[in-house]
Design a protein around this ligand. Sequence first.
Ligand code: GRG
Length: 303
Amino acid sequence: TERQTREPKAFEFDEYMFTKATRVNEALDEAIPLRHPLKIHEAMRYSLLAGGKRVRPVLCIAACELVGGDEASALPVACALEMIHTMSLIHDDLPCMDDDDFRRGKPTNHKAFGEETAVLAGDALLSLAFEHVATRTNNVSADRVVRAIAELGSAVGSDGLVGGQIVDLTSEGKHVDLNALEYIHVHKTSKLLEAAVVCGVIMGGGRVVDIERVRKYARCVGLLFQVVDDILDITKSSEELGKTAGKDLVSDKATYPKLMGLEKAREFAGVLVERANEELSYFSQDKAAPLHHLANYIAHRQN
Ligand code: GRG
């Protein structure tokens, strides 16, 4: 009926994620053509195009659109975020770090290409990320591009991912309290999510107050991601083992349920998703829908 056609279409989160992720995948594929030296470009493409969820690029584009910017302005930074995220996974999987054999459903980069190549593929992706933003961004003022590059740099370095990783590595086998656990997760997970939405808002021409709001949103979403991960670890492994104590209750890794109890961890997850959504209440609800849904999706995911 006429009335139905005039009603706003309900926001389709799955469709939004799929459309944006497809756009990002095409741009990433184009960003690294196979060329000489073949081995390094194969290794870079192997991990980058291995099919992650593309949460960071989609967050970046959604934040740009939130403040009235368009997808094209954010796309190069969105790709850079995925390059940085992927390189952090390649290095995290190395034998000198977590020593993992599988990632994104395939053998890890060093298993497929050898350790030397995996280290270099990570380095090349990190370097390309910054080059890509600087050379591929169109129709955005140089001032904004520089601010985005600075934000990305600080999210990666010793006050960002690297800082989180070093604290994580040096606390192995030691008692980790809630403060230390929060430091690790804020730096290993939230910082890059923060950079994603902050860069999106910068590219979209948002105000300083918008930047601070999305930054708080992303900080909550990053912690939420980890709290839910910890809870799923317990509930999944207790199902598998057919008993109440899951693997995280017996391993020595610090987790939220172990430090605060399962019920309190669930409550904390509830508080975080509420806080994240509260930061979005200052924006047009229509434009904030993708970020709302993303927070809810992370809170309610089952694996
Ligand atoms: C960044 C220079 C530099 C070095 C790396 C190894 C390291 C320093 C940091 C570790 C970073 C790390 C592995 C953080 C965990 C982040 C995380 C939440 C991963 C899972 O992200 P998803 O679920 O994964 O978005 P997909 O595969 O879907 O992209």
